[in-house]
Every structure is written in C-alpha cells, then in structure tokens.
Design a protein around this ligand. Structure first.
Ligand SMILES: NC(=O)C[C@H](N)C(=O)O
Length: 325
C-alpha cells in the first residue's frame, strides 16, 4: 500500500543559499522544492512550509507548533513525518518532539551543514535519507530519529559535535542506531521506549548554566528571583560543583526551585559519586536532581516538558532523573 509522508519545513541551512558576499542566508523559495520524489508510486509526499527560521531563532513555542501539527497529522492517519530544521538547535527540537509525540509514528528530523548552492551541499541527500527512514516499517516505535550523513540517531542522545563538518551529529557513549544506504534502511539497535507527554503550552524561564573552575556564585544569585521555574547545571565531571556556589544553591532549593544536574563531559553520565564538599553525594542530599544520561540542552527540554505537564517536586524529579521515562 502506498504510504503518505508529511514533510514539514522549518528553515535552517538546508533551506539557505550562499549570497555573492559569501554569507549564508535564508531563501524566499525553499531549495528543497527542487526535490523530485524518487519513490513515485510507493510514497506520496505532502509538503508544508511551517516557517523559515534559522534554528537559533527556534524557541519552545515553535517546537510546540511543530508538535501540534504532527499530532493533527497523526490523528488523520499519516504514515510518517519528516521535519527539516537548522542544525544548531535540531537536537533540542528533536528531543522535545520525542517527549511529546507518541512513539509509534515515525518522525525523522534532518538538516544540512552546507547550504543549497555550496559545493558538496548535503541538504538534498539528507532529505532523501530522512524520507527513506520515515517510510521504513522499522522506524515505527523508535521515537523521534535524527538522520544526517547516512546515519540514524535517537533524538534522546544525539548531539551536534562539530561547527562545520557534515559528520557533525554523533551519539556519545552509544553511537548511531542505524544506517541509510542508497537501497535500504538498516537499524541495528532495539530501543527502550519512553512514554509520551503531550503538552498544550510551554513554561518559560527554565535556565541552563555551565559550571567552571572557580565558578562565581553570583550567577546562581541572579537566578534567585520569582520568575525562575527551574535550572539545569552542566556540572563538573561525574556531577560536582565548586563549594563556593553552595550557599546560593541552598537558597534556591529552599524556595523549591528545581535544580537539575548533568555533566559538562561529552561522554558518560552524571552520578552521586563524590563525598567531598560540593561533591555529588552532598548535592543530591541537598535536593539537587541528577539527570542520568542527557546533555544539558536535552535535560533543559525534559525539565521544561515536565514543568509544562504540571509535574512538581518528587514526581518532577523522578521524571527528569530518568533519561528513559
Ligand atoms: N547547519 C545549520 O543549519 C546551521 C544554521 N545556523 C541553523 O541552525 O539554522
């Protein structure tokens, strides 16, 4: 039976071209409109331009619009969805959708590192691979997938690792879960499935900060205000902070502002390992929530989704601490 795939364009380099001054800029006409469906007779493609934004302009509000459009398509019986997106914040949108769209609908997100008229442009190729993946029967039940440079990654763990290289998207610790070739799509991992958390609004003022040697407590003091809904800290190593920030941290925790800890390390997970002043064991006892396995920007999305679902205190901590829930 012929499958129908919904294509949602949102902008990014995949929709841009280089101008005569060498600057890469958005186009009024999407270069992906030149794509001719190589799967005629097998796949019907429905294309919509949702917006045309560089991905640093994408906010949780735009992520919610994409999610709502996908939910509408899911209710209408679509077989799969491809989202084209700028790569800078692609992992955040992908993970937001992963948490908020039922995982039995294949949703694949892709982009490009080289714009449409640059030599070696990767946009059309990634776009085609994403369509192939969304149409694959094996893509069902895997949550949101990120397809770039012939590789399939999970939204949960993929991250952008290089400013310009086309092989920028990597999954630290675990690696990709599949490959796309000219002829077929191969998955080589079974996944732990997480539940879907549909939301109808997104809360604001969920912050992400990074720890560093000699971290200034003033940063946390500045966040101690009534607007703050939650804070994610990319902590040191296995999940430790300089002791100088502890007084400011305690003041936030007394106010029941959720504080979530991940590691600023590229690989591994943050855990309560160290017993010294500022060490993970002390932070955990103070009420900091350890998020096991997500990077800072994903943990922020998870905290934001949890808060937007109305979760509080222990229920929120349980939701955020487990990467698979
Ligand atoms: N390769 C890209 O898409 C990067 C671009 N700055 C964006 O995220 O929109």
């Amino acid at each position: 039976m012929m499958k129908t795939i919904l294509i949602l364009h949102t902008g990014g380099t995949i929709a841009m071209s280089q101008n005569n001054d060498g600057a890469v800029v958005p186009n009024s006409a999407n270069p992906l409109d030149t794509f001719t469906n190589p799967f005629q007779g097998k796949l019907k493609l429905i294309t919509e331009d949702l917006f045309n934004l560089p991905s640093p302009h994408i906010r949780p509000e735009e992520m919610l619009l994409i999610q709502k459009r996908i939910m509408k398509a899911a209710a209408a019986g679509i077989d799969g969805v491809v989202v084209t997106h700028g790569t800078d914040t692609l992992e955040e949108t992908a993970y937001f959708l992963d948490l908020t769209v039922p995982n039995d609908l294949p949703v694949v997100i892709t982009g490009a590192m080289r714009s449409a008229n640059e030599i070696g442009s990767d946009g059309l190729h990634n776009f085609q691979s994403a369509i192939q993946t969304a149409a694959s029967p094996q893509a069902k039940g895997k949550g949101v997938l990120v397809v770039m440079n012939d590789e399939i990654h999970t939204a949960r763990y993929v991250t952008k690792t290089h400013t310009t290289n086309v092989a920028t998207f990597r999954t630290p610790t675990f690696g990709p879960i599949g490959l796309v070739t000219k002829k077929s799509v191969h998955f080589f991992e079974k996944l732990l499935l997480q539940s879907c958390h549909p939301i109808d609004h997104v809360v604001k003022h969920v912050y992400l900060i990074k720890a560093y040697a000699g971290m200034d407590p003033e940063i946390l003091e500045m966040l101690n205000n009534p607007a703050t809904n939650g804070i994610v800290i990319e902590a040191l190593g296995a999940g430790n902070l300089p002791p100088a920030v502890l007084p400011a941290l305690k003041k936030l925790l007394i106010k029941k502002i959720p504080i979530v800890l991940v590691s600023r390390c590229f690989n591994g997970i943050a855990q309560e390992v160290y017993g010294y002043n500022g060490g993970g064991i002390q932070l955990s006892r103070l009420g900091v929530t350890f998020c096991h396995g997500l990077n800072g920007q994903k943990a922020r999305i998870k905290l934001l989704v949890g808060l937007s679902c109305g979760l509080k205190e222990q229920a929120l901590a349980d939701f955020v601490s487990d990467a698979v829930s």
